[in-house]
Structure formats: structure tokens, C-alpha cells
Write a protein that binds this ligand. Structure first.
Ligand SMILES: C[S@@+](CC[C@H](N)C(=O)[O-])C[C@H]1O[C@@H](n2cnc3c(N)ncnc32)[C@H](O)[C@@H]1O
Length: 493
């Protein structure tokens, strides 16, 4: 582990792994013990059925009661459940802590995936009134899962997780990368990541330093990062949340660093927040981060929050919601910088080596079909195809995507229904909706893979009384857009 100490001694990690494996304290083992009803209850933070199902005092029962149901249990039972890890070492590591007349969890030991465990800090919501450690190590929250879902999971030689925290992204990278490197500025976080790695029998290169500094001059096939993206005046109270950069500069900084981090064909993906400034187009602002990088860039905005909701969310996250002065200072900063809203989204970049990189910044707020990473990979594949086909776009044959749906809005007039608006909807994947005119609708409707598009256009031109050349010229960009979003797919022969 490159000299990074762990929360436990190497022998202690092995002992903990033995205890957890022996007890079957895995996501599946727990679901089997609890059954569907109690498992559903746990997901809603209702532990009643889970507590009834774990009353036998076996090691698995105790582990579930302590680490899932957040109970205080007798020391003898906890010691028996964690053995052969000694209770003294578990206490010294902070894995469990004394509370009342027993022991409760001191760290979040989360069974995860099929047979993984992730170590993180207990969230603020579980310890009301106790201030979070400045180097609090984040557990598996919403943003973490967004990054996990969005990552392109293709086999690669080398992968980097920037700002690894608990190590959960690195854990996923280890399923498809031969070498995993993970960095963090926080020594404490690296201790957690090192322990997560060892507990799961993994070997990662762990490096400490500010953002890309520890990997300067090195290149990776895949880089993922769930960085401290929270936007504010640039003060750092909690390192998992605050980058110390003013405003949304961390997103721009990662964009600027990407080209130097990626191998040819390599992909970098990260989560970011960006400000919506009064009088400015947020999309143009964010697009500016990528100008001149030479990378293909796809930025999708998944959520937008107003400043008040945003500040509330992030103060609650660290257990400081009741601090009116903190809230006022933060909101004043937004006011002073004319910030009307804050966007949250996913940045995907690729070093395609072409001198005409694609740059798209768009809203994608709809629910999408998981895993999103597959859609990202397909999007870059389609960009490659579009680039390769160049002027030959109209010579290809296309097939409409499966299951497309059409919604019409029409008004009844003297001559019957007059169609006002037609919206094409993709019921799968990214679930795009697209308002289209009757001609384009006819093109999509006729895309059955048999005729080259140019021939289809010639037939339509006759029907609509325009010249085929005029129609072809107008259709080019529209066809490219429909291919990019996957409404029509080229038939590859
Ligand atoms: C939002 S947490 C993400 C943790 C984990 N990767 C995940 O997805 O749940 C951000 C992580 O970045 C680390 N970090 C904060 N500032 C950093 C910096 N300047 N350079 C490197 N890492 C940093 C924090 O310590 C924290 O572990």
C-alpha cells in the first residue's frame, strides 16, 4: 500500500476479514438473514423487523444490529462477533466505541456489492450534535453512487481515482482495470482507503497530495473523480466537501488537467457543480472550461438547486443546519457573485486524438436507465462513427431505435385535427424527448434499415415538393443529432 498505514494492523485487517466472512456479513448474507420484509424496512430506516430477526445473538445477528441497525450491544457479544479481531484493537481503531453500558459502531462498516466491505465515517445524521471530523470520510451517498453508475466500465490497463476517500470508486475500478491508483489530500482518508483495499484483498497504489499533483506527468486509461465539488467562497471546513477553490473552480481545474492525465483514447469522468450567474448562459460558461483542451467533452446537468436549498443541503450534510451565521455568509457570497442557481452534473471527457473535438453541454434531468456508464460509452462510440462517416452520413442506412414513441398535441379546427406539436420519446436508455417536424418524423419512421438515407430523402423531396439537394442539406445536421442521441442507429454492415 505504498507505506500508507491502515486503521488496523495488517493482522487486524485479516482478522476482521475472517470474522466478517465467517459470519456471512455480506450484502447477500444480511439479506438472507433478514428476509425481504426486514430488508425493505432497513432501506427505510425502520429497523423493527430487522431487530426481531436478529435476536439470536449469533455473530451475524450482532454485526447486523451494530453496523446496520445502529444499536448498542453488550461488549461480550460484540467481541465474539468480531473475533478473531481483538476488541482492544477494534476500539483503538475506532471501529466500535463505548456507549452507555455496551458498544456501538464507531465507523461505518458497510457490506457492499456482492462480497465487498467499505469503511467510512458514520454520517452526521447518525450522530446529532457531534461535530464532523474536518477530514470526515464520506460513506456511500447519492453523489458516490452517481459517479459509480456513470463510469465507463470497459477493461483498461490503468485507472485513477482522484479523491478516493473510502476507496469505493477504486473498488469498482478494480473490476475492470489491471492497475488501480487512488489519491487523496487527506492522510486520514488514505488510511480508510488502504483499509478498504486490504479488507477486500486488493492492491492499489495510494498516493497523497493535492488533486493531480501526486500523479503529475503520468497518464491513465480511465480517470474518475467524485471531488469536493461544493461551490462557495473557497473556505474549507470539511475536506470531503470543500476544495478550498473559490466558486466552481475545481471543475475547471480538472478540465484543464484532463489532457495531461489521459492516454490516447483514455476517458476521464468527474462530478461537478457549476454556478448559474445572472445574465450568463450556464452552458456557455461550462463549455468554456473545455475550450482548447482538444478533448471530446460531454457535460450533462442532472440537477439544479437554488442557493437557499443548496446551502441548506450542504450544511445539513455536516450537521450544521442550525447555524444561521454560516448560512448567511454563504448566501451573501452567492448574492455578491450574482449566483442564481447551482447545477450538478457529470463531465465525461475523452482524448480521441482528433483535431475537431466534440463539445456538448446539455440538460439531462430525466430519469435514465442504469447503468449510465454504458450510455456514456455508446455516446462516445457514436461520436466516433459520426466523425468517420463525415460527408457520407446520408449514404448510410439507418434503423429507428427500438420502441420509439410519438406524442402529438393537436387542436380541433374546421378542417379536423391540426397537429401543433410532435414529440419523439425514447422509452429506454437516456429517455430523450425531442420535438420534431413532420419531415423528420417521416425520416425516422422510414428508417427500417433498407434504403440509404439519401434515397429516402429523394422520395420525401418529391412528396414535399422540394429538391433532394435542398432537403439533403437541411437533413445533415438533424440526422447527426438523431444519431448522436440514438434515435436512429446506423446499420453496420
Ligand atoms: C466527495 S469525497 C469522495 C469520496 C469517494 N471517492 C466517493 O466517491 O465517495 C471527496 C474526496 O476528495 C478528497 N479531497 C478533497 N480535497 C482534495 C484535494 N485537493 N486533492 C485530492 N483529494 C481531495 C477528500 O478527502 C475526499 O476523500
Amino acid at each position: 500500500m505504498d507505506g500508507h498505514d491502515m486503521l488496523l494492523s495488517p493482522a487486524g485487517v485479516e482478522a476482521l476479514r475472517t470474522a466478517l466472512t465467517r459470519a456471512a456479513f455480506t450484502a447477500n448474507g444480511i439479506a438472507t438473514r433478514l428476509g425481504p420484509q426486514a430488508t425493505g424496512g432497513v432501506a427505510r430506516n425502520d429497523f423493527r423487523a430487522a431487530l426481531r430477526a436478529t435476536a439470536d445473538g449469533e455473530p451475524l445477528d450482532t454485526l447486523i444490529r451494530v453496523f446496520v441497525c445502529e444499536q448498542t450491544e453488550p461488549e461480550a457479544a460484540v467481541a465474539a462477533a468480531l473475533a478473531p479481531l481483538s476488541i482492544d484493537e477494534a476500539l483503538a481503531a475506532g471501529l466500535v466505541e463505548r456507549y452507555g453500558d455496551g458498544l456501538r459502531m464507531g465507523l461505518d462498516l458497510e457490506p457492499y456489492g456482492d462480497d465487498w466491505w467499505v469503511l467510512a465515517d458514520v454520517p452526521a445524521s447518525a450522530r446529532p450534535g457531534r461535530p464532523l471530523h474536518a477530514e470526515h470520510v464520506l460513506g456511500i451517498g447519492g453523489a458516490t453512487q452517481t459517479m459509480i453508475g456513470a463510469a465507463v466500465r470497459q477493461p483498461v490497463q490503468s485507472a485513477l481515482d482522484l479523491g478516493t476517500g473510502s476507496g469505493v470508486q477504486a473498488l469498482h475500478l478494480s473490476t475492470h482495470a489491471r492497475q488501480v491508483t487512488a489519491t487523496d489530500v487527506s492522510r486520514r482518508a488514505l488510511r480508510f482507503a488502504a483499509t478498504t483495499a486490504a479488507l477486500n484483498g486488493q492492491q492499489w497504489e495510494l498516493l497523497r497530495g493535492d488533486m493531480v499533483q501526486p500523479v503529475a506527468g503520468r497518464r491513465f486509461d480511465l480517470v474518475v473523480s467524485n471531488p469536493p465539488f461544493v461551490v462557495g467562497p473557497g473556505t474549507t471546513t470539511h475536506v470531503y466537501r470543500d476544495s478550498g477553490r473559490v466558486g466552481d473552480a475545481i471543475g475547471a481545474e480538472l478540465a484543464a488537467a484532463a489532457d495531461g492525465l489521459l492516454t490516447e483514447g483514455g476517458t476521464m469522468q468527474y462530478l461537478a457543480n457549476w454556478v448559474h450567474v445572472a445574465g450568463e448562459d450556464w452552458g456557455e460558461r461550462v463549455a468554456g472550461w473545455f475550450a482548447g483542451t482538444g478533448l471530446d467533452a460531454w457535460v450533462i446537468q442532472r440537477e439544479v438547486a437554488d442557493p437557499m436549498a443548496y446551502v441548506n443541503l450542504w450544511l445539513t450534510d455536516v450537521g450544521e443546519a442550525a447555524d444561521p451565521q454560516r448560512m448567511a455568509d454563504w448566501l451573501d457570497w452567492f448574492d455578491a457573485h450574482k449566483v442564481e442557481a447551482i447545477g450538478f452534473g457529470i463531465v465525461s471527457l475523452r482524448r480521441s486524438g482528433h483535431d475537431d473535438p466534440v463539445l456538448r453541454v446539455e440538460d439531462l434531468r430525466q430519469r435514465v436507465e442504469a447503468p449510465m456508464g454504458d450510455r456514456v460509452a455508446a455516446w462516445f462510440d457514436r461520436q466516433d462513427w459520426l466523425r468517420r462517416s463525415g460527408d457520407g452520413l446520408l449514404d448510410a442506412r439507418y434503423r429507428a431505435a427500438d420502441g420509439l414513441q410519438l406524442r402529438q398535441e393537436a387542436t380541433m379546427g374546421a378542417e379536423g385535427w391540426g397537429v401543433d406539436r410532435q414529440v419523439l420519446t425514447m422509452p429506454h436508455g437516456l429517455r430523450w424527448t425531442e420535438e420534431i417536424d413532420p419531415l423528420v418524423l417521416a425520416l425516422v419512421g422510414g428508417a427500417d434499415g433498407r434504403l440509404p438515407l439519401r434515397d429516402q430523402i429523394a422520395l420525401l423531396a418529391v412528396a414535399h415538393d422540394v429538391t433532394p439537394d435542398e432537403l439533403a442539406e437541411a437533413a445533415g445536421p438533424i440526422v447527426a443529432h438523431l444519431v448522436e442521441r440514438g434515435f436512429i442507429e446506423p446499420v453496420r454492415s
